[in-house]
Design a protein around this ligand. Structure first.
Ligand code: UD1
Length: 340
């Protein structure tokens, strides 16, 4: 390929694979570093089916500094690195805190060290709205305070953001974006790639689709006594393809402006949707009935949070193109095809 080279750690994962598709569509040459611990090698072939270009990949554990440097040294002209490789399950992080710190902080340090060694100056980082914790307002801007984390997972995101900020100050000409995702759902419209949760899903969307498919008996709605209009939690659900496009825009922003600082962006739709609204919309758009019951609250859940994403609109020229119904349809189409 002849596009500009971009390194993508965790590029076979859920958000990573969709971003690789969008990078290829935008004319970039993405190089994937992934050890497939939470993804599948065939996702790479599927990216090839969608884009007609199969990206180069290196099977490498991003905690392994020597191995990562062996790969990165082959791409001295890479214009940037998008770092997805990390563990992401909140509950698991409470049970395995050391794994989460070792993997999420370890891989970040390895990646930053490799970038320094080989002169790669632009980093796009996957952060999360989890950094806002139990926010004082339902709608949050990038200026809203970062709150004490309630899980090791959340703490690794807060700590990673700090490490990247310090690194931006310390390394000459280093520019970075911290992308705070709200709730990614949906799949590529082709149904060739999507989310592949391991074991029982923690997140709402895969739990819904697996219940609809009959893999799970019923969905439990975690609490209906919150201070929200229908009593269930409100979140900002964003189509993974819109999220993927934001990464391309963030990379372009870093390179076009020759950014030398660390810039934070919320990535959400700006709209809040309750759990019951999601269930109803999923049933309507896919013409099915979902088996669900109201259960007790889940520890650590906040009543409502959604994004003010004006900064991403103004600075990155990015807005969401897909609707919630698109996302709910694409999630279901993808789920139906898994295992075929
Ligand atoms: C969670 C994490 C967040 C992380 C994100 C990654 C917590 C507290 N937060 O966000 O840090 O960045 O995943 O995607 O875990 N729900 C049900 N029944 C279910 C599953 C979920 O009612 O079986 C509800 C939850 O109570 C919540 C909503 O669905 O109100 C979304 O839950 P989930 O998909 O787990 O995302 P978050 O908790 O918002």
């Amino acid at each position: 390929m002849h596009g500009k080279t971009v390194l993508v750690t965790g590029g076979a994962g859920y958000i990573g694979s969709h971003t690789v598709v969008e990078l290829i569509n935008a004319g970039y040459d993405p190089i994937i570093l992934d050890d497939f611990r939470n993804s599948q090698p065939w996702i790479i072939d599927r990216i090839g089916e969608i884009t007609k270009i199969t990206p180069t990949f290196h099977k490498v554990d991003c905690q392994d500094e020597i191995a990562v440097k062996e790969v990165v040294k082959n791409y001295p002209n890479a214009i940037g690195l998008i770092h997805f490789a990390a563990d992401k399950a909140v509950g698991e992080s409470v049970e395995k805190p050391i794994q989460y710190y070792q993997n999420n902080i370890g891989t970040l340090c390895t990646v930053l060290s490799a970038m320094k060694s080989f002169g790669i100056k632009h980093l796009v980082f996957s952060s999360s709205c989890t950094v806002y914790g139990d926010a004082d307002t339902a709608i949050v801007t990038e200026e809203s305070p970062v709150k004490e984390a309630t899980s090791p997972y959340g703490d690794t995101k807060i700590t990673s953001e700090k490490i990247i900020k310090y690194n931006s100050d310390a390394v000459e000409d280093f520019g970075s974006t911290l992308l705070r995702y709200f709730n990614p759902i949906g799949a590529h419209p082709s149904s060739l790639i999507g989310e592949l949760p391991q074991g029982v899903p923690n997140n709402l969307m895969p739990y819904i689709t697996q219940t609809a498919k009959g893999i799970r008996e019923k969905l439990t709605v975690f609490g209906s006594d919150y201070d929200t209009p229908d009593g269930t939690n409100i979140r900002d659900y964003i189509h993974v393809m819109d999220l993927a496009k934001a990464h391309v825009k963030a990379l372009q922003y870093l390179t076009n402006t020759e950014c030398k600082s660390c810039v934070t962006f919320n990535l959400g739709t700006g709209k809040g949707t309750s759990v019951l609204e999601i269930i109803k919309a999923f049933e309507n758009v896919n013409q099915l009935k979902l088996n669900y019951e109201i259960g007790p609250r889940r520890e650590g859940d906040v009543a409502q949070i959604y994004a003010n994403a004006e900064k991403a609109k103004e600075v990155l020229d990015w807005t969401c193109e897909y609707t919630l119904n698109d996302a709910l349809k694409h999630s279901w189409e993808w789920e139906k095809g898994i295992g075929e």
